[in-house]
Design a binder for this molecule. Structure first.
Ligand SMILES: [Zn+2]
Length: 189
C-alpha cells in the first residue's frame, strides 16, 4: 500500500489553504488551485497516461483525460466537448479493459462506492464534471487511490467513462450516474 506521505505535504497543504482563502469560490477552482500547486511543487510528472473518449450510445460527447503521477498523487485533467451547460456528469475509471465491456468502477481494494475524498470509495471514483458551457474542463486531485506507475492500482489498461447523470457519491454500486456518454481506453502517455 502506498500510504507514505512526502515531507513537502504540510507546506503544500498550507499553500493550498492560502490559495483557497485567497478568493477561490467554486469547488472546481479549488481543485484547479490544488492541481496547479502540485504541478509547481513537484515539477515534471513521473508517469503519464492518456485516454481519448469517444461517444457512446448515440451521444455526441467526446473528450480527453490525462493522468499525471506526482509522487504519491495522481492529477487527473479532463476536457470534454458536447456537454449541456450547468449540469454535472459522473466520471469514473472502470475495471473493464475495453469500451465494449466497461464492467464496474475500478475497485482493487474491494470497497463500497463513495465520495472521491472519503476512505470508503472505489479507486476509480472521481469528482463529477461540471459543464459550464460547450467545453468543460475538470481538475481533480487524488491521494494514493490511483497510480499511473505499475501496480494493482494502476489506471493503465483500464477504461474511463463519463456518465449521463451526476454521481450522488452514495448509491451502490455506481452513484446512480446512469448510462455512459463517452468512453476511452487508458494507455501510457
Ligand atoms: Zn464507484
Amino acid at each position: 500500500m502506498n500510504r507514505r506521505r512526502l515531507p513537502a505535504l504540510g507546506t503544500l497543504a498550507a499553500a493550498v489553504a492560502a490559495a483557497v482563502t485567497g478568493g477561490c469560490s467554486s469547488y472546481q477552482s479549488y481543485q484547479e488551485s490544488r492541481v496547479t500547486l502540485t504541478e509547481q511543487w513537484f515539477g515534471a510528472p513521473q508517469a503519464v497516461a492518456l485516454a481519448r473518449l469517444a461517444p457512446v450510445g448515440g451521444s455526441r460527447v467526446e473528450g480527453s483525460v490525462g493522468f499525471y503521477q506526482y509522487g504519491a498523487f495522481v492529477v487527473v485533467r479532463a476536457n470534454f466537448l458536447g456537454l449541456a451547460a450547468n449540469r454535472d456528469y459522473g466520471l469514473h475509471v472502470h475495471e473493464g479493459r475495453n469500451c465494449a465491456d466497461i464492467g464496474g468502477h475500478f475497485n482493487p481494494r474491494g470497497t463500497p462506492h463513495g465520495r472521491f475524498d472519503q476512505d470508503a470509495r472505489h479507486a476509480g471514483d472521481l469528482p463529477n464534471v461540471r459543464a459550464e458551457g460547450e467545453a468543460s474542463t475538470m481538475y481533480a486531485f487524488q491521494a494514493g487511490a490511483l497510480t499511473v506507475t505499475e501496480g494493482r492500482n494502476s489506471v493503465i489498461g483500464r477504461t474511463i467513462v463519463l456518465s449521463r447523470d451526476p454521481d450522488d457519491y452514495r448509491t451502490q454500486p455506481d452513484g446512480a450516474s446512469g448510462p455512459p456518454l463517452a468512453c476511452g481506453f487508458i494507455r501510457p502517455g
